[in-house]
Design a protein around this ligand. Structure first.
Ligand code: DGY
Length: 425
């Protein structure tokens, strides 16, 4: 059974492999996506280490001079996706988008390095990536934390990866829609529109893109100029974890300057993230920098914060919070509390379960000694793919597979989970 699932997962990845990068899935997402690639490399490394390193290197070949790693690399023309390169207009040789995505690469590289069978290759390739990843982390703190709070803001919901989360509803409502002009969405021709963001949300997503484009994609200006500035606990936790993993890796490779700076970023971040704790909900929540307030929204963003080394009592509280969600969800972990009025079990980030999120939460819980809950989440991840195949996401009550199918990172997570010792399957 286990071997059969691994073979199926490999077939999904092979289908989406474009040689030096993978697409998330054929049709819906026909280019290279930033955090998809980093997480997919983890799964690929189990059967082809060389190819796993290439996946990440390709991403960093398209890093901007200021340090940013864009969220999409448009390697080959494909008119099946909107917004394409002409909308972003970032004037790169190989076109890219102008925003970024959760910086999970530091974590992924360290993990691939730790497990490497070919140590010499791992050392050579990790050493070359180290300053580039560190450059990206510095870019974040320089451009997205201008006040030096220790936490960074995202300036577009797409940066979070959790595009249509309830967390953004109020802030997105402030984004104007006039002057956006007509456009034709492509996502809804590949996936069920009931599983995707609404047209109203899309107009606001595109307004932000046009606004940043009008500022010449100058990252020193975009943060302050954006009407959408959100401090997301999940995004920050991923950055903090990547900084701390990069610090460990840099120490081992004798790169002391990177090690010291990365450690400082992580330590400052861990202290600062506590300001996002919501006692009433028993989890972290987002902070809206424009409205200057915490957002009362029980989403997965504040639970995924367990991916960084939050204090033990916080990790315990998060495990209890997940157990509570389990009273209304059959499959862990829903991206929004099923008892909340905004919950929608089919619609992208407003309820469905995502395997990559499950993986990161489970990993954080294991580090914090919350093994029982971590094992339950891993088991649910495997049950979901047994029932519904390698979907983009799943309804947490019915297990219905949603969004795109044959997803690279879902397949990669299955390979990861089944190869980890603690998996019941
Ligand atoms: C999309 O197009 O749905 C993506 O999430 C944006 O990167």
């Amino acid at each position: 059974m286990k071997q059969e699932l691994i073979e199926k997962a490999r077939a999904v990845i092979a289908r989406n492999d474009r040689g030096h990068y993978t697409v998330p899935t054929h049709g819906l997402y026909p280019f290279q996506w930033n955090w998809d690639s980093a997480l997919s490399a983890l799964g690929i490394a189990h059967f082809d280490e060389t190819r796993a390193w290439t996946e990440i290197e390709t991403l960093f070949l398209h890093q901007w001079e200021d340090g940013k790693v864009p969220h999409i690399i448009f390697h080959e023309p494909d008119d099946g996706y909107f917004p394409g390169p002409e909308v972003w207009a970032t004037a790169r040789n190989v076109p890219t988008s102008g925003i970024t995505q959760p910086p999970v690469t530091g974590f992924a590289v360290r993990r691939i390095f730790d497990r490497a069978r070919d140590k010499a290759m791992a050392e050579k390739r990790a050493r070359a990536l180290l300053p580039r990843i560190h450059g990206w982390h510095k870019w974040f703190y320089r451009n997205r934390d201008p006040q030096g709070t220790g936490l960074v803001a995202i300036i577009h919901p797409w940066e979070s990866g959790r595009d249509n989360s309830v967390d953004w509803d109020d802030a997105l409502a402030r984004v104007p829609t006039e002057a956006v002009g007509d456009f034709q969405r492509r996502d809804t021709s590949h996936a069920n529109p009931a599983h995707r963001p609404t047209d109203e949300q899309y107009k606001r997503y595109i307004w932000l893109v046009q606004h940043f484009r009008s500022l010449g994609w100058d990252n020193s200006k975009l943060h302050d100029a954006s009407p959408f500035r959100m401090v997301d606990p999940d995004f920050n936790a991923i950055l903090i974890r990547s900084c701390s993993d990069l610090a460990d890796l840099a120490e081992r490779l004798g790169e002391s300057e990177i090690a010291v700076e990365s450690r400082e970023f992580a330590e400052r971040g861990i202290k600062a993230i506590d300001s996002l704790w919501h006692e009433g909900l028993g989890q972290y929540v987002c902070y809206d920098r424009v409205a200057a307030k915490l957002i009362d929204s029980p989403s997965i963003g504040g639970i995924l914060a367990t991916f960084c080394a939050v204090p033990k009592p916080r990790a315990e509280a998060l495990a209890a919070r997940i157990a509570k969600l389990g009273e209304s969800a059959r499959f862990m972990v829903p991206s929004h509390d099923p008892t909340a009025p905004e919950y929608d079990g089919l619609r992208y980030w407003r309820g469905p379960v995502w395997l990559i999120v499950n993986y990161m939460i489970s990993d954080g819980l294991k580090v914090a000694g919350q093994d029982a809950m971590a094992r339950r989440i891993d088991a649910d991840s495997i049950r979901l793919i047994e029932k519904g195949g390698f979907a983009e996401y799943y309804d947490p009550v019915t297990a219905e597979p949603c969004g795109g199918s044959n997803f690279t990172w879902t397949a990669a997570m299955v390979i990861e989970i089944l190869n980890s010792e603690k998996t019941p399957a």
